[in-house]
Design a protein around this ligand. Structure first.
Ligand code: GDP
Length: 213
């Protein structure tokens, strides 16, 4: 990618420090009545099943196994809360969507728990919506973006697995994602391209999150 630097060295360093601090799994939530108190800022990660969400959360935290594998039975529909830096931030892992064959149906299932959470969560600063760099923004993702727009929850696109793309393909997907965002009122215009395997974009994403606090 040939994007200009997004953040200053100081911002990158602040992001690094935030994510080098202790991260602790707090709880998995299956109903809104079990949400932890909204007593600190929080950011959430969402994306299709298999988009690379667990890998990205673990890579951000430089941990191998903090975010549980999404394909563990019974955990897929939980909202998982992690405390970062001794109470500075909740990092929230939302259920993966789009696993059923019918897009509408899977969006509806995702919507039930997750939208209830999103609508009522005043401390939620931003949702990072993960898009597989090889697939680009799909129909199911657009449905989720529409749901986030309706709930007036600010969100930002993060492309994953860009190590699997040639630079020219990555630029094309990047531009496609930016274009898709122009029609979505709650979307942040900046798209961050990442690879959990190679580390691309992780310092920027950490800095982006730190800047939100
Ligand atoms: P989740 O379902 O969204 O939590 O996805 P996972 O994190 O479990 O990843 C799904 C698959 O994509 C796994 O086989 C990962 O090894 C692979 N994967 C995740 N991130 C990357 C990445 O940055 N690069 C590559 N090449 N593969 C990745």
């Amino acid at each position: 990618m040939t994007s200009p630097p997004l953040f200053t060295d100081d911002q990158i360093e602040a992001g690094r420090k935030l994510f080098a601090a202790p991260a602790v799994f707090v709880k998995g939530v299956v109903g809104v009545q079990h949400l932890p108190p909204g007593d600190r800022p929080e950011i959430a990660f969402a994306g299709r099943s298999n988009v690379g969400k667990s890998s990205l959360i673990n890579a951000l935290l430089s941990r191998k196994q903090l975010a549980r594998a999404s394909n563990t039975p019974g955990r897929t529909q939980e909202i998982n809360f992690f405390d970062l830096a001794d109470g500075r931030l909740f990092l929230v892992d939302l259920p993966g969507y789009g696993f059923a064959s019918a897009p509408r149906k899977s969006v509806d299932a995702w919507t039930r728990l997750t939208l209830r959470y999103l609508r009522g969560r005043a401390t939620l600063k931003r949702v990072f919506l993960l898009i597989d760099g090889r697939r680009g923004v799909g129909e199911v993702d657009l449905g989720i973006m529409g749901a986030l727009d309706t709930a007036a929850v600010g969100y930002q696109i993060v492309l994953t697995k860009i190590d699997k793309l040639k630079a020219s393909e990555a630029s094309e997907i990047h531009l496609g994602a930016v274009a898709a965002l122009k029609r979505q009122p709650a979307a942040h215009p900046r798209v961050i391209a990442t690879s959990s395997e190679r580390g691309d974009g992780l310092p920027d994403l950490r800095a982006e999150i730190e800047a939100l606090l």
